[in-house]
Write a protein that binds this ligand. Structure first.
Ligand code: HEC
Length: 97
């Protein structure tokens, strides 16, 4: 009986976690999962730390609106930030051949 209650509590906890929304996606994951279905990451990587924030914003918008990339507004914000700054996760993905 104890086990059953314990597992029910776990399920309940997992359920509320989902309802509260999933944790923020990480930029490395976004880059890997959303940006290489149409072109090599090289296309992105060659401009990391080069393009200004404003231009990254415009690029991402174009990828979504005109090319068909799947990225929510929030996800665009996150990626713009870590492509401009460059985030260590992005640098790592970009230096892996
Ligand atoms: C559905 C297909 C598709 C996806 C997904 C996609 N792209 Fe692109 N991307 C393109 C095409 C087509 C081009 C070449 C034409 C152009 O530049 O608009 C391109 C070109 C680019 C360029 C070079 C041109 C420039 O303006 O610098 C960059 C940088 C880029 N993409 C970044 C990204 C990033 C970052 C992602 C992930 C958020 C992404 N792309 C996802 C289709 C896609």
């Amino acid at each position: 009986m104890k086990m059953i209650i314990a597992s029910m509590l776990v399920l309940l906890y997992a359920g509320t976690g989902l309802a509260a929304g999933s944790p923020k996606p990480k930029c490395g994951e976004l880059l890997l999962s959303r940006c290489q279905s149409c072109h090599y990451l090289e296309r992105v990587c060659s401009q990391v730390g080069v393009k200004s924030k404003r231009r990254w914003k415009a690029t991402l918008k174009r990828m979504v609106k005109r090319r068909g990339a799947e990225l929510s507004g929030d996800e665009q914000e996150i990626l713009v930030g870590c492509l401009t700054a460059p985030d260590p996760a992005i640098v790592k993905e970009c230096s892996t051949p």
